[in-house]
Design a protein around this ligand. Structure first.
Ligand code: CUA
Length: 153
């Protein structure tokens, strides 16, 4: 009798454990905040798309604009960009040297750029205004000067 009770408890907790495991696996698989692919940081300048950083309008994709961005101490290339209100923007970014951040104040854009990796983030810019871009990862003496701007017009 006693053993049966323990067996039920054991089986029950195993099932609960498996359900939790399943739920967390589902969440991880279904919300990648930033896809990461490998890139040689020394070849960022010559590997597409980073050989031509900038903002470009794209056709036939789920987003309207692509911002190809290269961070390096202590600047972003391109710097200030202007995007029409309501556009869907895909940011494709990497860094040439150390870890930098790409946080856009007042939006949900907050990316960590790691050497050797490509970070991607897609969002819709639905408010007009000037949004300050800041580096939120300490990257050296000029860290606090590492800023840019996204203008939504
Ligand atoms: Cu770049 Cu801090």
């Amino acid at each position: 009798r006693y053993e049966k009770w323990w067996l039920t408890l054991g089986t029950g907790s195993l099932i609960i454990f498996l359900i939790i495991l399943g739920i967390s696996a589902f969440h991880q698989g279904h919300q990648p905040p930033s896809a990461k692919a490998y890139i040689n940081p020394e070849q960022v300048d010559v590997i597409a798309p980073f050989d031509k950083p900038g903002l470009k309008k794209v056709e036939g994709k789920e987003w309207d604009y692509e911002l190809v961005l290269v961070a390096s101490t202590f600047l972003y290339n391109p710097g200030e960009v202007e995007v029409p209100k309501g556009s869907r923007l895909k940011i494709i970014a990497t860094t040439k040297d150390v870890i930098h951040g790409f946080e856009v104040a007042g939006t949900n854009i907050n990316m960590m750029l790691e050497p050797g990796y490509i970070s991607e983030y897609t969002t819709t810019l639905d408010k007009t205004g000037e949004f300050l871009v800041v580096c939120n990862e300490y990257c050296g003496v000029g860290h606090h000067t590492m800023k840019s701007m996204i203008k939504v017009v």
